[in-house]
Design a protein around this ligand. Structure first.
Ligand code: PMP
Length: 435
């Protein structure tokens, strides 16, 4: 039974009760709740390197990494030092700073398709602003998104949105009006013919196609060969903008993100997570002629009191600087090792499964064949996941509490961490088999 060997969680349970009285569902973002796996979410007291420590004193090998940002591991000395120095100099000015330029230059330097960048506070803001800019630039209203892709909780982008909506089985959200969603066309991921048909059915009406550069919010589902290239071609042919959402993949799967792997240039690209170092910072950028439509250079409005916050920018810059080639090599190695451990254990336990990679993002599907879209992800044996998850957790391995989320490695995972994972996965695989 899930939780049968669970380490002490009394203090977490107490805090969860207390949180639930004043915070809806006890959490400030739905995927943190153990909604689909059951049990009490662990309240984290601190983290260092690849280890999370909860309020009951339990240690976990962290395979979530704050849902992506922490590629260096937690409390990396260079990042903490940069944050402390920035904080000492003042927390927010509402006026421009030199470090914002440095972060923008770093992004422009690493991602050749991006000529200009605007900093924002979250991935949601980045995609919301990119879509508005695409509409303002093209003068068109309709947008195309793919089922199972998550682009933040933007009204127009919540339809069949993956991530927490997949976890909780929500097709979209109450509160999104017909007016907000009726211009959104939702198509199956990895299906170029569907995109071609959409352009044919709505000539001159589609402002943009937004896609995760490689999907990570229905589990790790990479684009099939030619899919991103095909989107690029169709958008160009039909005068629509291509928005590459690299909030998850950016600066994680390579120093230039997914763009560094397939070289398909979005007209606009969104970033978050890794570029923030773990503080609230995100960005969108792209072609200068498009970005110059933003206020105050142009008429498309977009703003933010805390955008380019000096402490967040310092954390992001320090993280990107510390992420040298050895860090990306370690991410590659660690993702491969994790995938092998998971696959071997599930194979030995006789559980049908796929270990999938989108770059260095990893996930496990309980399915016979590779999962290429949301329908296939949903059709997998997700009911095996809670037992798998809880057995790992009870043995000190913190995996995503949802069958529809990618697993994130850090460069800080060491031999001791992999020993612990290696010891935990056979029991977890057996639990999944027995589920
Ligand atoms: N786009 C993608 C691809 C994401 O994975 C996420 C967050 N998981 C977002 C956008 C939204 O980012 P945020 O949670 O910072 O608003």
């Amino acid at each position: 039974t899930p939780g049968a060997h669970a380490p002490a969680s009394a203090r977490s349970a107490q805090l969860f009760d207390r949180a639930s009285a004043v915070i809806p569902g006890g959490v400030n973002s739905p995927v943190r709740a153990f909604g689909s796996v059951g049990g009490t979410p662990r309240f984290i007291a601190s983290a260092r390197g690849c280890t999370l420590t909860d309020v009951d004193g339990n240690d976990y090998v962290d395979l979530i990494c704050s849902w992506g940002p922490m590629i260096l591991g937690h409390a990396h000395p260079a990042v903490v030092d940069a944050v402390q120095r920035a904080a000492t100099g003042g927390l927010s000015f509402g006026a421009p700073t030199e470090s914002e330029i440095e972060l923008a230059e770093t992004i422009v330097d690493r991602v050749a398709s991006v000529e200009k960048v605007r900093l924002v506070n979250s991935g949601t803001e980045a995609t919301m602003s990119a879509v508005r800019l695409a509409r303002g630039f093209t003068g068109r209203t309709k947008i195309v998104k793919f089922a199972g892709c998550y682009h933040g909780h933007v009204d127009a982008l919540l339809a069949e949105a993956g991530s927490g909506l997949a976890t909780f089985g929500l097709p979209t959200s109450p509160g999104v009006t017909g007016a907000q969603s009726s211009d959104t066309l939702v198509l199956p991921y990895n299906d170029l013919a569907a995109v071609e048909q959409a352009f044919a059915a709505h000539p001159g009406e589609i402002a943009c196609v937004i896609t995760e550069a490689a999907a990570g919010n229905m589990g790790a589902v990479p684009p099939l060969p030619g899919f991103n290239e095909g989107l690029r071609r169709l958008c160009t042919d039909h005068g629509a903008l291509l928005i590459m959402d690299e909030v998850m993949t950016g600066f994680r799967v390579s120093r230039s993100g997914w763009y560094g792997l397939d070289g398909v240039a979005g007209d606009l690209t969104t970033f978050g997570k890794v570029m923030s170092g773990g503080l609230p910072a995100a960005a969108f950028g792209g072609r200068a002629d498009v970005m110059n439509h933003l206020a105050p250079a142009g008429p498309v409005y977009q703003a933010g009191t805390l955008s380019g916050n000096p402490v967040a920018v310092a954390a992001g810059l320090a993280s990107l600087k510390a992420a040298d080639q050895s860090v990306y090599d370690a991410l590659e190695r660690n993702a491969a090792t994790l995938g092998t451990l998971l696959g071997d254990a599930l194979h030995a336990a006789g559980v049908r499964h796929q270990v999938q990679f989108a770059g260095t993002m990893v996930s496990v599907f309980f399915a016979d064949r590779p999962v290429t879209n949301y329908a296939e992800a949903k059709a997998s044996d997700t009911w095996r996941y809670p037992a798998f998850f809880h057995t790992l957790l009870s043995r000190g391995v913190y995996a995503p509490p949802s069958a529809f989320e990618a697993w994130f490695v850090s460069a800080a995972l060491d031999d001791a961490a992999f020993d612990r994972i290696a010891q935990a996965v056979p029991a977890a695989a057996a639990a999944a088999a027995a589920a």
